[in-house]
Ligand binder design. Structure first.
Ligand code: SF4
Length: 455
């Protein structure tokens, strides 16, 4: 007799993966709020019934179904899906059909635990009545988050382009908020403005995303930026500029990081957080890098077939990366002609920093590849401090901290680690206040290298 405790390993491959989204409700977890909403709107434009799930309400359920050894984002996202399904069952009663949903949980290949979230969640879902019928839609960094198989093949390319564009535009709206909120004329208007702008942008992506009419989307974004910059009160003097890096979920999810950007702003900061498109570009860059390495290794042994395969991959990922970076450049160029938002880092430039300063290697992988050189770049650009935001026990971020902290001490630039779990640390506010005091001192001593007035 089979015990309830036996894990059905077949389910890990059969019920986690790429599934066709037609006639399903596609559930998008909320990471950065704007990004998730624009992505869901883009999918809706392609006729997919996509919905962003509420965040953080199911944390108790997440805790109940985890042991405490998992990363905090795993507990949050597990709770979110369980809470959502519970509410759907309550709402729909007898007509609740878990098989009519696809829950989206991407993954990254090693060496950290993100690759295991969807497997772990599969085990949890399989242990709950009816939820074994809910499939987990997963995309992997392994193939650069390819969308193949999700919708009709002839639409995959357009969906991918529109999805990437939505990620870049969401980054811009986030950066616009962080740029204008510390200088707003009236308290609260920047938040309200960005919230409305996000909804307008959702409609824009649903309408113009499927035809890849990016000029129209960009036109709308420019209108928003023009309106947004009018929120800045030019009489408010510039503030210390703080660069933020860290684990992607924690640094972009305001509930999870206890709204750390707003807390920093309360203590007089203007903050620039690392973008989400930087991570997407990194995954493509890393696949290209792997293909090049594979080609070189096979060339040494003159394995013609393997060489050809790696060369083909290199060409494909190279073209993909070129497309992504040129689109990103186009958006930043047009927006930066209207307001001085921070530019994004090019991934090849970040790898160059690591090599030149012999700090870390892309061979190791993980987000540390971006966070370590990201902080070094902030220091070189004249930022007044840097913050590393991450889940308690996160491996890549702990690595980042170990490498960057002595470096920042040497450069005499304020640096703060902010690890988060579900608890509220009594000393957190004091640590942020102290950090911001140091950042103010740095600002007084060195100013802000790149600040050329409010524009
Ligand atoms: S990046 Fe950190 S939090 Fe995310 S899976 Fe890896 S170890 Fe966990």
């Amino acid at each position: 007799m089979e015990s309830d405790k036996v894990i059905n390993f077949q389910s890990l491959s059969q019920n986690v993966g790429r599934f066709n989204l037609r006639n399903k409700k596609f559930l998008v977890p909320q990471m950065n709020r704007i990004g998730s909403h624009l992505l869901a709107a883009t999918f809706r434009g392609f006729g997919i019934d996509a919905k962003v799930m509420e965040n953080h309400k199911g944390l108790d359920l997440g805790m109940e179904h985890t042991s405490g050894k998992e990363c905090y984002p795993c507990q949050i996202t597990t709770g979110n899906i369980l809470y959502f399904m519970k509410k759907e069952e309550e709402r729909l009663g007898e007509s609740f059909k878990p098989e009519s949903y696809i829950y989206f949980m991407p993954e990254a290949d090693g060496p950290c635990r993100f690759g295991m979230y969807n497997k772990y969640q599969r085990i949890v879902l399989d242990s709950i009545d009816k939820l074994d019928r809910l499939k987990i839609g997963s995309l992997s960094t392994d193939d650069g988050y390819s969308l193949s198989g999700l919708i009709e093949e002839e639409q995959v390319k357009d969906l991918r382009k529109a999805s990437y564009f939505s990620v870049v535009v969401a980054d811009i709206l986030d950066r616009l908020l962080w740029r204008i909120r510390p200088y707003e004329k009236e308290q609260g208007i920047a938040d309200d403005f960005i919230e409305n702008s996000m909804h307008e942008m959702e409609d824009t992506f649903a309408e113009y995303g499927p035809g890849n009419e990016f000029d129209k989307i960009l036109g709308k974004l420019e209108d928003i930026v023009r309106e947004g910059r009018a929120i800045i009160d030019p009489a408010i003097p510039p503030k210390p500029l703080i660069g933020m890096v860290g684990e992607i979920y924690l640094r972009t999810q305001v509930h999870a990081n206890q709204d750390v950007i707003r807390v920093l702003e309360r203590h007089g900061a203007e903050v620039v957080n690392a973008s989400v498109s930087e991570w997407v570009n990194y995954t493509t860059y890393d696949r290209l890098r792997d293909a090049k390495i594979g080609f070189r290794l096979n060339l040494k042994q003159f394995r013609l077939r393997a060489m050809k395969e790696h060369l083909q991959k290199a060409v494909n990922f190279g073209a993909e990366l070129f497309y992504q970076q040129s689109k990103q450049r186009q958006v930043y160029k047009s927006v930066r002609s209207l307001i001085d938002l921070a530019e994004d880092h090019k991934v090849s430039h970040l790898e160059k920093i690591l090599k030149e300063q012999d700090l870390f290697s892309f061979d190791v992988g993980t987000e540390a590849c971006l966070s370590i050189p990201g902080i070094v770049e902030y220091a070189m650009e004249g930022y007044n401090g840097a913050v590393n935001v991450y889940p308690f026990t996160c491996m890549p971020s702990t690595l980042t901290s170990a490498i960057v902290r002595p470096l920042m001490n040497k450069l005499r630039i304020p640096y703060l680690d902010t690890p988060y779990d579900s608890s509220f640390q009594p000393g957190r506010e004091a640590a942020i206040r102290t950090f911001m005091y140091q950042a103010h001192q740095h600002f007084k001593r060195k100013g802000r290298k790149n600040f050329s007035g409010h524009r």
